[in-house]
Design a protein around this ligand. Structure first.
Ligand SMILES: [Zn+2]
Length: 97
């Protein structure tokens, strides 16, 4: 089994390393605990994740999760029950009023 180390070549062609697209919101201290349900990817179950603590413009503290395997991205409120925000909710909460 020599394959595996090289990783799936067809999956993320044209993308550089594991740098997530710049997420919405501002970075907060990275030593704070992450939201529930962010240990694994909500889409594929992978634990190869980038997790960042962010604060959206309306003050909502979230964990931003970016999956290395399937590129699923999620914003999950830190004080919630692990339910992801929808993209619309993220946009709403990121808008300056
Ligand atoms: Zn995934």
């Amino acid at each position: 089994m020599a394959e595996g180390a090289a990783g799936g070549t067809g999956r993320r062609r044209g993308r550089r390393a594991a740098e997530p697209a710049r997420p919405l919101g501002s970075l907060t201290r990275q030593d704070q605990p992450h939201a529930l349900g962010t240990e694994e990817c909500g889409s594929c179950g992978s634990r190869q994740l980038t997790r960042l603590r962010l604060t959206l413009a309306d003050g909502t503290e979230v964990t931003f999760v970016s999956c290395h395997s399937c590129e699923h991205r999620a914003w999950i409120p830190v004080d919630g029950d692990g339910t992801e925000l929808t993209r619309e909710q993220v946009m709403e909460r990121s808008a300056r009023r």
